[in-house]
Write a protein that binds this ligand. Sequence first.
Ligand code: UT7
Length: 355
Amino acid sequence: MYRTKVAGIGYYVPEKVVTNHDLAKVMDTTDEWVQERTGIVERRYGKKHKETTTSMAARAAEVAIERAGIAKEDVDFIIFATLSPDYYFPGCGVLLQRELGITNKEAGALDIRNQCSGFVYGLSVADQFIRTGMYRNILLVGAEMHSMGLDFSTRGRNVTVIFGDGAGAMVLQPTEEEGKGVLATCLHSDGTYAEKLAFINPGAHGGYHDKYQEEMPDYGYSDAEYGEMFINQHMVETGQIFPHMEGQFVFKMAVQKFPEVILETLAKAGLKKEDIDMLIPHQANLRISQFVQRRMGLRDDQIWNNIQKFGNTTAASVPIALCEAVEAGAVKEGDVVCLAAFGSGFTWAGAVIRW
Ligand code: UT7
């Protein structure tokens, strides 16, 4: 059986830099608060009307494809992880295929909706397809255009200050090289707390899940016809069309699940925490990453953090951070690289790669 190797990796972040001071001009927040609680100094926002989740993904994918030394037409499967798709449907996978000009009708496209763990989930899916010989050039991307769907009033400040836009991509191929490639992946989920970090409107729930929420929002359904239950004026006026997060609850779960899944994935690969050369955590919050670093006993040069300049880019954060680490020479041939992510769902996942 084959193993899966990373044949090429790339990332793209938009040009526009938005600092904490910029956000403080439109909402009640401060640079000091954001840096102290999250480590974030600035983030990037895509250009309105000019960039989308798909277009940013295409820029990252072009770099990954070039570095893999293949032609776009060689891509036989696309896996696209995002929570901020261009359209509600169809998903970004087919839009990326079109954007890249891949006319190969044999190629398949799959969209993954696993928020912060989406890229690591996608890597595991790709790994299964490659190991069995089903595909030879899988393009895996994680991309987000959060800036288009955030609440820029003070009401949304706890969520809005965290997120940034960007994209990361990998080309994955089979290898028979001894010991190289993806050694193990672990995937987990627990839907108990689905609403603790969620973007529930627009949606077809019609208030069905209200029993799982401590404070039931008023969706304004009373006079609504069926068509208005997906999205209506009341939701728009009351700000119920933005993401919602119970930050402290999510934080507590994250600091528990990150170390758990890292150790579990290492064990599955027959390794220990002492074997980690580089940990790439999902960039949720610098405080979470620092906690995980201490728990794993890692030096500063064994963990990659870039949330300070890009914020939390959800599905894009792991490939952007890994690509930066590779470009900086911090990940070398033969290194044990551990990827880990936790987020909305809750879903969490780990992967161990011998580079
Ligand atoms: O990537 C997916 C997974 N997501 C995460 O892992 C995020 C995990 N959670 C977090 O990172 C943190 O909980 C946050 C950074 C989101 C929030 O930090 P916190 O220390 O947990 O703050 P808090 O939500 O408990 O709020 C503390 C206070 C509140 O004011 P009061 O009630 O004490 O008067 C908030 O209203 O801070 C206030 N606050 C803000 N103040 C200034 C919340 N957001 C802001 C803000 N600027 N942006």
